[in-house]
Design a binder for this molecule. Structure first.
Ligand code: HEM
Ligand code: HEM
Ligand code: FE2
Length: 445
């Protein structure tokens, strides 16, 4: 850590950890409901649980990205953040809006559009919050000594992520139109601008952890940005096949979305090439595990499991089934959860001066969470294939086929337990670092 103001990242990371734990609770509620035990139905019905599970995910990831930006931007720009006070105001308002939104779902205050359930009134507060965040980050960057490619890609990703929140706020009476623009947010986030955020954080970590020249790492970053835009923008078409959009989207969506894994493959090759070239003497090995792990798991979850159902001929069977949940879990975990874990694992010892990366718990966290998540993904896959067969080939009613899937959800619960133990190790390790301190300023690796 070079600058005192970087410490503000800690607050965002801590919020991420707490909301992640809460997200997992709702995951279990749904998993038990799928296994036939929906005892909480009167208080937390499935629709409430699913909205809460997904929105908590989005908020903790965004909080993690914001923390990452508050840590990375000063170091790259070579100056303190323009205002720590404003960053703290932004933090508390984010936490309050997030908690109010999620509490609202429990009393029916929501919009009911998957991932964009937050009611309109709160959307405006989200916009104000994000504008404040961007203001702090961008002014710091432009007042700074350096404008590195890494920082610019990260800032660009954050800026466009904010901009792309807006299409989700346009009101339509027409279901197809509403769906069309909902994907500008959901798809263009995870398969577009969030990839830039991920690429920026990945580049920063690889520069620090491998010691390879910045010029080389940043050249790769251009390739990744290029591949992301080339495939991801028109790739949006893979959501337009069967929603009432014109027919040409079948072709456009099929072709361009099938190219999307290239960007993730690029990131994986990039990370491993840099690792091989690098010095391998950075003491924080666990941060490197998470970083390289992100590169592999994002390719598996987003790239491979994405392409598995992106062709119209396949998607017409799998659309909206547990096959989607299979892909959704490993993609979100591998790309965005793991990159947040990477930057936290890298920065916490530097912010607090406590080097807990050698503790066995840090390794258990990595292995158990990843093995658990692969198990969960496999359980979703088995359930999804069975669902497609029973519901769409055999023609059983939705709930009749769901009843045949209970066994897969017991497997899911087993794997999710392993996953959760891993996460608990991670969170305990996180809080054991204690609060950040100015004494940690000297150590700058
Ligand atoms: C103990 C851990 C977890 C359990 C038991 C769990 C379980 C579930 C269940 C049962 C669903 C509903 C599937 C359906 O639509 O019927 C779901 C949805 C979802 N979960 Fe989780 N989850 C867990 C952790 C996570 C994590 C860590 C992430 C992200 C990194 C995540 C991301 C998602 C997403 C994106 C969806 C929506 C899937 C879709 O679009 O179909 N979950 N989860
Ligand atoms: C890290 C990147 C990615 C994440 C986090 C992610 C996550 C998700 C989630 C949560 C959904 C469900 C959305 C909803 O129903 O509202 C979804 C749907 C989908 N994703 Fe991804 N995805 C990623 C990358 C990809 C890639 C690269 C491809 C293609 C190669 C892909 C193909 C698809 C398809 C075809 C659907 C629609 C499934 C359906 O029709 O139900 N995804 N993704
Ligand atoms: Fe997509």
């Amino acid at each position: 850590m070079k600058y005192k103001s970087q410490k503000v990242a800690y607050m965002f990371f801590a919020l991420s950890m707490v909301l992640l734990l809460l997200q997992i609770v709702y995951g279990f509620i749904m998993a038990f409901a799928h296994a036939g035990y929906d005892g909480l139905h009167e208080i937390i019905a499935f629709n409430t649980a699913t909205a809460t599970h997904k929105n908590l995910l989005v908020v903790w990831l965004l909080s993690g990205f914001m923390g990452a930006a508050y840590y990375i931007i000063p170091e790259e720009a070579q100056r303190e953040l323009v205002s720590v006070k404003l960053a703290l105001i932004q933090f508390w308002s984010l936490a309050i809006v997030g908690v109010v939104a999620v509490a609202g779902f429990h009393v029916g205050w929501w919009e009911g559009r998957k991932f964009l359930e937050i009611p309109r009134a709160l959307d405006y507060l989200v916009v104000v919050n994000v504008l404040l965040f961007l203001g702090i980050i961008l002014v710091t960057l432009f007042k700074g000594k350096e404008k590195t490619t890494t920082a610019m890609v990260l800032a660009m990703g954050l800026f466009f992520a904010a901009l792309l929140y807006l299409p989700g706020m346009i009101w339509f009476d027409n279901q197809s139109m509403d769906s069309f623009f909902r994907w500008w947010v959901v798809h263009l986030w995870v398969e577009g601008v969030w990839e830039l955020i991920m690429g920026g954080i990945l580049a920063f970590l690889l520069i620090k952890l491998t010691g390879v020249d910045r010029e080389l790492i940043e050249k790769w970053l251009y390739v990744i940005v290029g591949l992301t835009f080339l495939s991801g923008i028109l790739g949006t078409g893979h959501h337009y096949y069967y929603i009432g959009a014109p027919k040409y989207w079948l072709m456009i969506g099929g072709i361009f979305s099938a190219l999307e894994p290239l960007a993730f493959l690029g990131m994986a090759l990039f990370a491993f090439a840099m690792y091989r070239k690098g010095e391998k003497n950075h003491p924080n090995k666990i941060a490197l595990y998470w970083t390289l792990g992100t590169a592999i798991m994002s390719f598996a979850g987003a790239g491979l499991l994405g392409i598995a159902h992106t062709i119209p001929q396949v998607n017409m069977w799998t659309h909206g089934t547990l096959i989607t949940a299979m892909h959704g879990h490993l993609a979100f975990w591998g790309a965005y959860a793991m990159i947040v874990f990477s930057i936290i694992s890298y920065s916490m010892p530097l912010m607090t001066g406590r080097k807990l990366y050698d503790k066995p718990g840090a390794h258990y966290a990595f292995w158990l969470s990843n093995i658990g998540m692969i198990g969960m993904t496999t359980a979703f896959a088995a359930a999804g294939v069975a669902q497609v067969y029973l519901e769409r080939k055999v023609g059983l009613d939705f709930m009749v086929s769901q009843n045949a899937l209970h066994v897969h959800f017991w497997v899911l619960i087993g794997a999710a337990t392993l996953f959760t133990i891993g996460i608990l190790y991670y969170v305990v390790n996180f809080f054991k670092h204690g609060m950040p301190t100015d004494e940690a300023l000297i150590d700058n690796k």
